[in-house]
Design a protein around this ligand. Structure first.
Ligand code: ADP
Ligand code: MG
Length: 696
């Protein structure tokens, strides 16, 4: 199976080269895993006259009557005209013109297959699959022919979908059953009625019927998800077992004093549950690696603080890392104020910390006179050394890369416990795959007394009445946000938009009656702080900002958010932004402004935002709309590179795979039982190929 693809008959060095370059097919196995998109009944040869604008694919047998190159330079193309008894069809090639010209002969009859289109009212096929027609080749045999993804380059060089199919067929006849050994334990195959592996590979390519194909597909999708789940769970369980971790054995004075005297509110049930999980994790002597998922405003910060106090009770230092300077500052201010009557030393370390202060902090951390440090990426730098770091908390995780997390590990001889808190919920299926190697907690409960935020969609044309509404809210003593999109590719443009927006808001809300803060990415940190601080204290009633405000900022008195050019934002970003209001006891509003022309997809996003406040629901929708590849922070994970399965449309299969995997590992974590040996050897074989261990 690992044999290089050039060893297959019919694949010379030239074709092998193209297969590698164009499709990443290097080995027999790669070819076998180049799955068809669909199957077409190619036993059917149609008449040209049957083509209608609704026809998708067609196969005809027709004689080439004309072949000529027309057009110049970029418009240069090869046009072929073919004819059967019923009509005329035009074929067009934009690439590989020379090759096609050399290989086709006017007067010969060809079997032609492709996606049909209409051009100037005439049917045509661009880059068809074409080969000399042999009357016996179609008709008779009843099988579905696979359609493979291929590239234009391959198509015009004679490696079209059909040829790929021939190679695959040849390969399958050469392989023995033992070349494709079963890798799922027998009992599971039986329980789930899975098709044997070798048979599934045969039938996914060359099924006898549609049902055959679907059964093969089901088996292979399950296999893919199951193997991934076994792997991820193994990583998790083995780390739990093997990794050494510092022991937080007791709950002491810091925690208890704070809990009994200074905690400003009763914890929610979810917060209590998560704290218990953290408490259990950190007492076991193994490193905790926990992902804390909670909706915006579910109160993750206090869970972080209580965990840090737990560390302090056991003589350990802790750090809390935030993705932005504003957020770090805010955490520091909030935590310092909560801890003001506690004998705890807390410091803030960011890129803009002054040299002298920085020196003091570095020294304090090294000597353990500073117990807690809040900061940005600055904390990861090598010069930052702790005396005994026991707990590292990463807030709003998706901004941090894997390597950055790993850098934290190295800050103590025994790696500190790690708690990663997400900014917004992650869909369950994504959590199971992209973060399946972490333990995770879910906070699915908001603190009591929150009123749902009312969200509405308004067009630009209604701006004046939107402004009136904001004015009324401010008159009641509330504050408002105006948010402008920041698009990375055209930072300059968005900056200008922001400035224009600022002027516009100012014209509606002039001084001295109103004061406005503005915060954006181009400001020096100090200026950002000052503006932020003025809004926090209520000196300014309005905050005009880009998405730098997105994560974590907490101003409970703010009750209105106006989002400009809403169509430019993604769903989870909108949800995260909206989470800046509705944090106090007042009724809050979010107004989504757009121009009059927006895409259907943007309309869909806006509809969802108006319909629900539930971050978990929104995350699911986001995944459906965008697909897993685009969800923040998961791109590099590798856990999502499924060839057949999709975490969006195969949710149910994933759930089952997850259940089966954990049942199996509960029973036999070392995969030592006879029935699990085939799985074990399969995993060992694969291990060398991928870097799964690198995920966390
Ligand atoms: P997030 O999970 O988005 O980080 P925060 O930790 O910023 O949420 O908390 C949001 C707000 O809710 C803060 O003002 C916080 O003080 C408040 N809060 C957190 N937990 C509770 C609770 N159990 N009861 C009441 N208010 C709470
Ligand atoms: Mg937060």
């Amino acid at each position: 199976m690992a044999s290089p693809i050039e060893y297959l008959k019919g694949v010379g060095p030239l074709r092998a080269d193209m297969l590698k370059k164009e499709l990443g097919i290097f080995t027999f196995q790669d070819l076998l895993e180049h799955f068809p998109n669909r199957h077409i009944d190619k036993t059917k040869v149609s008449r040209i006259a049957e083509i209608t604008p609704q026809t998708e694919f067609i196969q005809v047998a027709a004689t080439l009557v004309q072949l000529e190159v027309i057009g110049e330079k970029r418009a240069r193309r090869l046009i072929g005209v073919v004819k059967d008894q019923s009509g005329i069809l035009e074929l067009t090639w934009f690439q590989g013109i020379q090759w096609v010209q050399k290989n086709l002969q006017v007067g010969s009859t060809y079997l032609i297959f492709g996606r049909t289109g209409f051009f100037n009212g005439k049917p045509q096929i661009v880059h068809p699959e074409i080969e000399l027609y042999v009357p016996t080749m179609a008709g008779g045999k009843n099988y579905l022919e696979p359609v493979y993804p291929t590239t234009e380059k391959l198509k015009v060089r004679g490696l079209n979908g059909r040829q790929l199919g021939k190679l695959t067929q040849l390969l399958l006849t050469q392989l023995k059953e033992s070349d494709i050994p079963e890798n799922i334990p027998d009992d599971i195959c039986k329980r789930l009625k899975l098709m044997p592996r070798h048979e599934a590979y045969q039938k996914v390519h060359f099924p006898a019927s549609q049902q055959d194909y679907e059964l093969a597909l089901r088996r292979l999708k399950f296999e893919e998800l199951f193997i991934a789940q076994v792997r991820l769970n193994l990583i998790r369980l083995q780390r739990q077992k093997a990794s050494r971790g510092v022991v937080f054995e007791k709950v002491g004075d810091y925690f208890n004093t704070f809990y009994n005297k200074y905690l400003p509110f009763e914890l929610t049930g979810a917060q209590k549950r998560v704290l218990k999980e953290i408490r259990t994790d950190t007492a076991r002597g193994h490193q905790m690696n926990r992902l804390l998922q909670g909706d915006v405003g579910s109160g993750k910060t206090i869970v972080a603080l209580l965990s840090m106090l737990l560390a302090a009770d056991n003589g350990f230092q802790s750090c809390l890392m935030a993705p932005t300077e504003i957020l770090a500052q805010q955490h520091f201010t909030g935590l310092s104020s909560l801890l003001r009557d506690m004998p705890v030393e807390i410091a803030i370390l960011t890129g803009s910390t002054k040299t002298a202060e920085r020196k003091r902090i570095l020294k304090g951390l090294l000597e353990d006179t500073i117990h807690m440090v809040v900061g940005t990426h600055a904390i990861i730098e090598e010069v930052v050394q702790f005396k005994n770091l026991g707990l590292a908390i990463v807030d709003e995780q998706h901004r941090f890369g894997v390597a950055q997390r790993a850098a934290l590990w190295k800050k103590a001889s025994i790696p500190p416990h790690v708690l990663v808190m997400t900014a917004t919920p992650i869909p369950r299926t994504l959590a199971m795959t992209a973060y399946g190697d972490l333990d995770y907690s879910v906070m699915d409960e908001l603190p009591p007394g929150r009123q749902p935020i009312t969200t509405v969609h308004r067009y630009e044309t209604a701006r004046a009445s939107v402004m009136d509404f904001v004015r009324e809210e401010i008159a009641k003593g509330r504050q408002a946000y105006f948010i402008y999109p920041l698009i990375e590719e055209s930072e300059k443009l968005s900056y200008e938009d922001l400035m224009q927006g600022y002027e516009q808001v100012k014209s509606f809300f002039p001084e001295p009656r109103y004061y406005i803060s503005m915060v954006h990415g181009r400001q020096p940190a100090e200026q950002k702080d000052v503006n932020m601080q003025r809004f926090v204290t209520g000196d300014t009633q309005i905050m005009v900002s880009t998405t730098v405000i997105e994560v974590g900022v907490n101003v409970p008195n703010a009750s209105v958010m106006v989002i400009e050019s809403t169509e430019k934002f993604g769903l989870s970003q909108l949800h995260q932004l909206r989470g800046r209001v509705g944090r106090g006891s007042e009724k809050s509003f979010c107004i989504l402004l757009t121009g009059s022309k927006i895409s259907n997809e943007a309309r869909e996003r806006i509809k969802i935002m108006c319909a629900t406040n539930d971050g978990f629901k929104i995350a699911e929708k986001d995944l459906e709309l965008r697909g897993p590849g685009d969800i923040d922070g998961t791109r590099q994970s590798g856990a999502l590179n499924f060839k057949l399965a999709s975490i969006v449309s195969d949710k149910r299969v994933l759930e089952i795979a997850r259940e089966e995997a954990s049942r199996l590992l509960d029973e036999d974590i070392d995969l030592a039982m006879a029935k699990n040996l085939p799985l074990k050897s399969f995993l060992q074989l694969q291990k060398s190929k991928t870097a799964w261990g690198m995920i966390s």
